[in-house]
Design a protein around this ligand. Structure first.
Ligand code: G1P
Length: 310
């Protein structure tokens, strides 16, 4: 299956990250020194998908600007012989072909995906929610594309979550796949039989949650148009996918890799720590800092405890 385009619905307001997102779109929050959106675009490019469709909202030009050239800045960096910084600035521009379209009102994730239809056309495509940051040896998008190609069908990324958290995700009901259907990778393949957006833990059909990576057929666009508002009064992707399921098979893939929910504070901090530790330039010094900090904390706690005992 040849997939050329990836849709990034990034119009969300990022309220869980306020006040940091008061004037800054949440996908421009940095993970070490790259904004979240760039980490996501790098993932799809590593999977061979070189055309990106950003779905933005009013006031979010800065996201588009991040992928644009900045001649004055580049000339200054060149004149100052700051080659590393110049390359870093240019890398974001040269990474992919970036297009954008506006979602005029916040009517839900499926509505945002539908806004990209004129730029995607009649081809299968990828959807990436960049605040789900996923690290691993094989990019998550690549893993899904391999499954989609093997089965010539749509695939969504899945991850097990604690039952108490099902109301934070789309949750799927699945059936096992036959031995012959198993994919090439190390993840676990499921055949999806139903999807529900953010069910109460008591009513969730499983604890398999939808994570923000999808490979979808273009048939989803007219089906989104037929999807009525659902959870929260918004047009939800799982509801449109349920209509798709009535017509064709849909797979779920428990990918390999580590996911960070960068749409909330703790996940964003964990992503930063993990990515910083992986960096050859700053990782060792940062690890030493963490060890010292934890040791000082432990020593402080021990002193406190011994004082209490005294
Ligand atoms: C969205 C989807 C949900 C999915 C989640 C993954 O929810 O609506 O089905 O499980 O992304 O991150 P949101 O996190 O935007 O509320």
């Amino acid at each position: 299956m040849k997939v050329r385009r990836a849709v990034f619905p990034v119009a969300g307001r990022g309220t869980r990250m306020l006040p940091a997102t008061k004037a800054l779109p949440k996908v421009l929050l940095p993970v070490v020194d790259r904004p979240l959106i760039q980490v996501g675009v790098e993932e799809v490019v590593a999977a061979g998908v070189n055309e990106v469709v950003l779905v933005t909202a009013s006031g979010q030009q800065a996201i588009e600007d991040h992928f644009d050239a900045v001649p004055l800045l580049e000339a200054t960096l060149a004149a100052e012989r700051k080659q590393d910084l110049l390359e870093a600035v240019r890398q974001a521009t040269e990474l992919a072909t970036v297009m954008s379209v506006r979602q005029h009102e916040p009517r839900g994730l499926a509505d945002a995906v539908l806004a990209a239809a004129p730029l995607v056309g009649d081809e299968p495509f990828v959807v990436v929610l960049p605040d789900d940051m996923i690290c691993g040896a094989v990019p998550c998008t690549r893993q899904l594309l391999d499954v989609a190609t093997a089965h010539n069908a749509g695939v969504i990324a899945l991850q097990r979550v604690p039952r108490a958290e099902t109301d934070r995700y789309g949750i799927v009901a699945t059936e096992p796949v036959g031995a012959g259907e198993r994919p090439p990778g190390a993840g676990v393949l499921h055949r999806i039989v139903d999807l529900v957006e953010k069910p109460d833990p008591a009513e969730a059909p499983s604890t398999l949650a939808i994570v923000g990576r999808y490979v979808l057929p273009p048939r989803i666009f007219p089906l989104i148009e037929q999807t009525p508002p659902g959870y929260g009064g918004e047009i939800q992707l799982p509801d449109a996918l349920r209509l798709l399921l009535a017509e064709q098979p849909l797979y779920g893939y428990e990918f390999t890799g580590r996911r960070f929910d960068c749409g909330q504070l703790l996940g964003h901090l964990q992503a930063n720590v993990s990515m910083a530790l992986d960096r050859p330039d700053i990782g060792p010094a940062f690890a030493a800092f963490l060890r010292e900090t934890l040791a000082a904390m432990a020593a402080g706690n021990a002193t406190g405890a011994s004082k209490e005992q005294a």
